[in-house]
Design a protein around this ligand. Sequence first.
Ligand code: BGC
Length: 249
Amino acid sequence: MDILGIDIGGSGIKGALVDTTTGTLSSERIKLLTPQPATPEAVAEVVAELVHQFQWQGGIGCGFPAVISSGVARTAANIDAGWIGVNVEDLLSAATGCACLVVNDADAAGVAEMRYGCGVGRLDTVLVLTLGTGIGSALFYHGQLFPNLELGAFPLKGGFAEHYAAAAVRKRDKLSWRSWSKRLNLFFSEVDRILSPELIILGGGVSRKSDKFMPFLTARAELLPAGLLNQAGIIGAACLAAERLAVVD
Ligand code: BGC
């Protein structure tokens, strides 16, 4: 079954049709710029434009960069504060005329990595991190997701981990790949103290450049770049929508 998967990020809003039986894209990917400021109304308009460009009328799965409980955004670390308390599912369903399922963006990416990427067959503790504007995290044990884990908000160096080690920080502070990797290594060792993951999968846009930084990374856990690269969020959101929207119908 095809579902439109959408990944709302700090810089881009990306979408593609996903064949949810195989976890592969069944259309080209379209990326529109995230409006600034990224208020609920402005983002909903861009999502509606994306849906229009696909001429899409079915279900939609959407990854969103915040804690999402029952469709409602509970945090706004890297997005407009106006999102807190907004029912993102209702907003996007109204804007697009399509039934929308909304989940945390890293949870969506994690689900896709576990089903179709590097996490396939792994029953031990797997942590999927998305490195982008912030740091997203999704934790799995026996393939089961523990939702809305916010490791980007983990205290590190007097602030939050994502303010110290996100991919955007590397660019902003013009850090070398080696210096940025050192920051990630510190983050991994702190995370290891409390979660003891056996595998850490690194996703987000920067996963395309894994050859630049993977050689500098060290962790007790096995480290792998995301198998689905930056498409995991789109694929995972669509797969979850295929299951959960079907239950609602
Ligand atoms: C948000 C997370 C999100 C991550 C990646 C963080 O700032 O708090 O919910 O998963 O960014 O987008």
